[in-house]
Write a protein that binds this ligand. Structure first.
Ligand SMILES: *[C@@H]1O[C@H](CO)[C@@H](O)[C@H](O)[C@H]1NC(C)=O
Ligand SMILES: *[C@@H]1O[C@H](CO)[C@@H](O)[C@H](O)[C@H]1NC(C)=O
Ligand SMILES: *[C@@H]1O[C@H](CO)[C@@H](O)[C@H](O)[C@H]1NC(C)=O
Ligand SMILES: CC(=O)N[C@H]1CO[C@H](CO)[C@@H](O)[C@@H]1O
Length: 118
């Protein structure tokens, strides 16, 4: 990769390329930048090929409720609706119906038992 990074994500795109996002000490040099710096986030490829990145923590350790969509055709990100709960170290599972299930994780209130659907 062009920069060393850890705690990043990797998602296989429909065109066969692999999109690597963020992580610690990672910078975007070959495609668009997200609105929010984040680590411990998830990235889920949607049915239409866009990649949904959600949650995680900023460089100060604050857990994020924000979510963004990457459009592989344009190489750009747009913010989408916030999650109802800030969460990092959560899971994201794409369901057969195309929705993405987010479960658990951690925020300033501790470990979370809640889940939500995108
Ligand atoms: C892909 O689907 C998501 C969720 O429905 C939507 O918000 C987004 O705009 C779509 N992306 C494109 C490029 O159409
Ligand atoms: C999302 O949450 C952030 C932080 O809580 C807030 O600043 C922002 O206005 C919210 N965005 C939307 C679209 O609600
Ligand atoms: C979920 O977590 C909340 C907050 O910690 C707790 O009050 C609640 O009892 C938990 N729910 C279940 C089903 O364990
Ligand atoms: C410690 C370390 O490797 N820091 C690097 C993090 O990434 C930025 C941007 O690529 C570099 O400028 C730092 O040297």
């Amino acid at each position: 990769m062009s920069v060393a990074r850890f705690w990043h994500t990797a998602s296989t795109l429909a065109n066969g390329l692999v999109l690597v996002t963020s992580g610690s000490n990672g910078t975007w040099t070959t495609t668009g930048s997200m609105s929010d710096a984040r680590q411990y986030h998830t990235a889920s490829t949607l049915a239409n090929g866009s990649v949904l990145v959600a949650g995680g923590a900023d460089s100060y350790g604050n857990r994020l409720n924000s979510a963004e969509l990457y459009n592989p055709s344009t190489g750009t990100w747009i913010t989408t609706a916030n999650m109802s709960t800030a969460r990092a170290d959560h899971t994201a599972t794409t369901l057969a119906n195309g929705k993405v299930l987010f479960t658990g994780g951690l925020n300033k209130d501790g470990y979370l038992n809640s889940s939500e659907l995108y």
